[in-house]
Write a protein that binds this ligand. Sequence first.
Ligand code: NAD
Length: 499
Amino acid sequence: MALTGTKTFLNYIGGEWVDSASGETFESVNPASGDTIGTFPRSTPEDVDRAVAAAKAAYEDWRLVPAPKRGEILYRFANLLMEEKEELTDLMAREMGKVKAEAGGDVQEAIDMSLYMAGEGRRLFGQTTPSELRDKFNMSVRMPIGVIGVITPWNFPIAIPSWKITPALISGNTIVFKPATDTPLLGERFVELLVDAGLPSGVINIVHGGGGAVGDRLVRHPDVPVITLTGSRETGVEVMRNAADNLKHVHLELGGKNAIIVLDDADLDLAADGIVWSAFGTSGQRCTAASRVIVQDGVYEELQSRLVAAAEKLRLGPGWEDDTDVGPVINSKALEKIHSYTEIGKDEGAKLLTGGEVATGNGFEKGNFYRPTIFGDVDPQMRIAQEEIFGPTTALIRVRDFDQAIRVSNGIKFGLSSSIFTRDVNKAFRAMRDLQAGITYINAGTIGAEVHLPFGGTKDTGNGHREAGQAALDVFTEWKSIYVDYSGKLQKAQIDTEI
Ligand code: NAD
């Protein structure tokens, strides 16, 4: 696909590519170069209403399509993603900014998820149980729910839509999808490939535009029983509140403030590699990024100097260049926010060890580049150790022992990912038990989830649901218990007690 030159894109509603009722548009901009990637409809609540009506109409047949047949469409979709992987990777490096290796990983995650959920078409297991009465059969089955409102962030622009849309589709639901306004073209390509894979009209719909007009209408629409949102904690709170009047199912995947613990007995080479990858990969813009490093006294100085040296070696640049280690951050607002936390950290008395500035020269002014930043001597209660910065900034916190490390790691409102580097198997198992997070890594950084295990967080990172694996199906289906009495007489549970 040609990426030079600007193209105007549309919404996809009821099987047709259509303009917004408003006729207004917004642009998607390359965060490394400032070039325009494309022009997209700035949609309105009326556009959402049309998309929901199309999805509602399509649901009546889609829910009856046998799940293995729905799965065949997802297999075709996975194959198309494989065929287009290189193009999507390049587009992601340009529209979202991540480096090519990571962009390829983002697409691969969608391939893996699509294959996994396609396989669910021949499982979607329920349960059969004995009945307490004679000549009676009991079972539970998963039922689709209806129109799912899918609202996604920009940081995993292909993977996250796949985490939501493929389990929703295999379960028999239809979709209205609102991608982030920073990565609309990747959302668009995702939908085009689903259409090419053979999804019937109305089963997938995409409406471009902002959270206030498009997202909010989806959240409040009475014909959308489920909202699945990945985004910031603040957005999650607002969405939950606004969905309450219609008693919607709300599935939230929100922020993180993840920590890596390094104990005195750790393999420091391995720990340093894991920290650099987790803190500065995707320019720190992962919900699972390691924005805190909790280090035991005995190795603090040594690890600190290794990390500073490694961070200073990282090459900043556009994601599509092969030798780039760290790409731009998503937009100028993010750049300002990240830098404001550098100022906050300095004001709080943390020691800026490296970075802490917007990158200049070398063409960096055209984009949003921030130098990988490490603070030392950080107190666990400082704002830079408590709040999500969502950029290439990490905070080193010194601790005496294992117990203090666990307390500090848990001493935040979020609970997404966690990690410990140690050679002591007893401590590793205690950490697996005691770290308050949805994900714990032993001797690996905080990133690297695989699609067949549940993904999500405890505490303020979410509201108790999980994406990926079997757990995702619980968001997009409801259980129905079915009792079949073939005795030919009225039998009463709990009352007819004779054997
Ligand atoms: P965001 O909250 O600003 O936006 C997320 C999406 O919500 C966007 O599509 C946005 O348009 C929409 N939105 C905003 N306000 C809305 C409203 N009132 N009603 C309906 N929709 C609304 O987040 P972002 O900046 O795109 O993404 C970064 C955040 O996402 C970070 O906090 C990060 O930790 C989080 N995240 C979490 C996970 C996870 O799985 N836990 C994964 C990736 C990102």
